[in-house]
Write a protein that binds this ligand. Structure first.
Ligand SMILES: CC(C)(COP(=O)(O)OP(=O)(O)OC[C@H]1O[C@@H](n2cnc3c(N)ncnc32)[C@H](O)[C@@H]1OP(=O)(O)O)[C@@H](O)C(=O)NCCC(=O)NCCS
Length: 219
C-alpha cells in the first residue's frame, strides 16, 4: 500500500456528509475545514438537532433513505457507537472519507476508509490504521503499530512501537501503552493508565500499572 497520510477525500462520489452532530461532529467539521473539504450536512438520530444549525453553519439532517447511498464519515466518539451506526445504516464498505489533519507528523503505510486523525498526532514509521478508527488530538503512535477497525484513541494517548490495538478497542486520554503490547478487541484502557502487558479481549483496565477491573461477556 502506498504512503497515504494526506487527506484522501476528493469528492469523486459527491459531497461529504458526517454522522453525529455532537462534540465529535463539531470536531470533525473543523478537521474537514482544515483539510479543505466541504461538508454538505450532518446526520443525527436526535430529533432535537434536526434542521438546526448546531454544527457550525452546516445543516443537521434527519437520517433518511438517502443516507446509505451518500458518502458519510462517522463523527461519533466511541467504538460501539461507530459500529452501531455503520450496522444500522448499512455503511460497511460504502465509500467514505479519510481525513488526516495537515499538522499530523509522520506517515501511514496503510490507512482504511473512514479514518479520522486529528490535529497534533505524531506517527512513527510504518503505522497502519484500519477503517473507521479515530485517532484524537495529540496522540502518539509508535513505529510499526497497527490500529484496528472502530478503534478510538483518545487525546494524548501514547503507544510504543509494535503495538497492536484490535478492533473496537478504546485507549483513554493520556494512557500509555508500552512497546509491543496488544490491546484486545473491544477492550477499554482507562484514562491515564500505563499498560505493561497484553489486555484480553473485552477487558477494561485502569491504573499504573494497568489492571483488569471489568470483563465484558460480549466481545
Ligand atoms: C476506565 C473507564 C472506561 C471506566 O469507566 P466505567 O466502566 O464506567 O467504570 P467506573 O466509573 O464505574 O469506575 C470503576 C472503578 O474504576 C476507577 N476508575 C475509573 N476510571 C479510572 C481511571 N482512568 N484510572 C484509575 N481508576 C479509574 C473508579 O474510580 C472506580 O473505582 P472504585 O470502584 O474504587 O470506586 C473510564 O473511567 C475511563 O477512564 N474512560 C476513558 C475516557 C476517556 O479517556 N475519554 C476521552 C474522551 S475525549
Amino acid at each position: 500500500m502506498g504512503v497515504t497520510w494526506h487527506n484522501e477525500f476528493r469528492g469523486e462520489r459527491g459531497p461529504l456528509y458526517l454522522y453525529g452532530a455532537g462534540g465529535q461532529g463539531r470536531d470533525v467539521l473543523w478537521l474537514a475545514g482544515d483539510c479543505g473539504v466541504k461538508v454538505a450536512g450532518v446526520y443525527d438520530d436526535d430529533s432535537a438537532k434536526w434542521g438546526g444549525l448546531r454544527a457550525g453553519d452546516v445543516p443537521v439532517l434527519r437520517p433518511d433513505a438517502y443516507l446509505n447511498t451518500r458518502c458519510v464519515l462517522l463523527a461519533v466518539g466511541t467504538p460501539r457507537a461507530m459500529r452501531a451506526i455503520v450496522d444500522k445504516y448499512a455503511l460497511r464498505d460504502r465509500p467514505t472519507a479519510t481525513l488526516v489533519h495537515p499538522s499530523v507528523q509522520g506517515r501511514l503505510v496503510g490507512v482504511g476508509a473512514g479514518v479520522v486523525v486529528q490535529a497534533g498526532v505524531v506517527l512513527g514509521a510504518d503505522v497502519v490504521i484500519d477503517g473507521y478508527a479515530l485517532v484524537n488530538y495529540g496522540a502518539l503512535l509508535g513505529h510499526d503499530t497497527k490500529v484496528g477497525r472502530f478503534v478510538a484513541i483518545y487525546p494524548g494517548a501514547s503507544l510504543g512501537g509494535f503495538c497492536v490495538v484490535k478492533e473496537g478497542a478504546a485507549i483513554g486520554s493520556n494512557a500509555t501503552v508500552l512497546p509491543g503490547v496488544c490491546v484486545g478487541a473491544w477492550a477499554v484502557v482507562g484514562a491515564g493508565a500505563v499498560v505493561t502487558k497484553d489486555v484480553p479481549d473485552g477487558a477494561t483496565v485502569v491504573g499504573v500499572p494497568a489492571r483488569v477491573i471489568k470483563q465484558a461477556e460480549e466481545k
